[in-house]
Design a protein around this ligand. Sequence first.
Ligand code: GLN
Length: 200
Amino acid sequence: MKVGVISIQGDVSEHIEAVQRAGTSTSRSVEVVGVRTIEDLEKVDGLVMPGGESTTISKLLQRWGLHDRVVERASEGFPIMGTCAGCILLAKRGQGGIEEKGVKLLGLVDIGVDRNAYGRQVDSFEATSTLKGEPVHLVFIRAPMILDVGEGVEVLVEYDEKPVMVRQGNLLALTFHPELSTDSSVHSMFLDIVEDHSHR
Ligand code: GLN
C-alpha cells in the first residue's frame, strides 16, 4: 500500500519515518511519499496530515488545490489521519479565531476544536493513556483541544477526561503527536484502516 504525508510544513519527516516503522513492525510492505500536488494525492491509498501551523498548512492546501480534492476523496471513504494541526483542519467546528486567521477547515470530522486551548496554559507536555486497552504515550505541543464530539464519532483515547483521539469512519483525528513516540500503535491502527479500505 502507498501512504502519503502532506508535505507543506511541520512534522513531515517524522511522520514518514513513523509510517515506515509501523509498516515494518506489522510486516507490511508500505511505501510512504510526500504529497504536494493533486497528482501526488491521486496515487496514495491513505493520507497523513501532520502537526505544524494550521494557518500555513491550510493556506497552501487551498492554494495548491488540495483542499477540495481531499474533501472529495474523504467523502468516498479515503482514509485520513490528522494530528494536532491536522486534527484542527479535519474538524467541522473551530473556536479561538481559527477562521479569522485564514484557516479553512476541511470540515470532515464531527468535532469542535479550540486551536490553542492547552497552549495558553502550558506549551508542551507528555502523558500516558490507553488505546484499546494498551498504554499509549502522548506528546502534546501547543495542542488543540477537542471540545465536543458528534454522534457517529468514536472516542479512542482520553486524557484528563477529554477526548484526544477520535475515529469517524476512515478518519482519525488526534490532538497529540504519535510520530514523536517510539510506540507505533497509532500509525499501525491507521495502516489497518488503509489496508481494509484498499481491499474493498
Ligand atoms: N496549535 C497549532 C496550530 O494552531 C498546532 C500545533 C501543532 O501542530 N503542534 O496550528
